[in-house]
Write a protein that binds this ligand. Sequence first.
Ligand code: DGI
Ligand code: FE
Ligand code: FE
Length: 201
Amino acid sequence: MTVRKELLYSGAFGVKNRMQLIEQIRNQMSEKRLNHVLGVERMAIRLAKENGVALEQASIAALVHDYAKERSDSEMIQIIKEQKFDQDLLVFGNPIWHGIVGAYLIEHELGITDPEIIEAVKLHTTGAKKMSQLAKVIYVADYVEEGRDFPLVEEARKIAFENLDQAVAFETKHTLAYLVNKEVKIYPKTIETYNQWVAGQ
Ligand code: DGI
Ligand code: FE
Ligand code: FE
């Protein structure tokens, strides 16, 4: 794995060493998921360059975005209860929990304190009504990283490099359509994101 020059961390976002962070993340997940995470990082850095986001901040947020994804349901339920997160979360499952629990764990286990990074992880699955440029970069990069393969991904990638807000809207619309088609529960924040970004204007 090559460490590109722009990825030598300055420490400005509270993480000193990228390779050390990657080792901590490697301990949490399968090789396949680590490859996804590294793909999200590459894509997030490209999108960050286009959208005035600090590359180091995008790199860290991308690397930690799925930190909690392979935790057991029972551990996540315990954290949701103990930390008094919204108890309505309990009727959902890993797809909705891992961002919210991940935001908590990266702070408490990895010592990440940058509020924008924590927020970007928290809402990387559902999006939100209000999103920072960093949160949009992570939300979109997660959807279009090079390892993703679904019918609309080429179109989504093209839009991502034309207009980040339009890419947020495209992803939100197609994710919601996909979920409705599967007849699964929709998390209220997913609907809020849709109302704002797709039906908003
Ligand atoms: O963690 P990743 O697989 O890299 O990607 P992700 O965190 O964006 O999404 C995880 C899954 O969550 C994805 O299959 C879509 C799904 N999802 C997004 N919003 C909702 C949802 N699932 C349900 N049930 N309800 C939602 O509102
Ligand atoms: Fe995720
Ligand atoms: Fe992901």
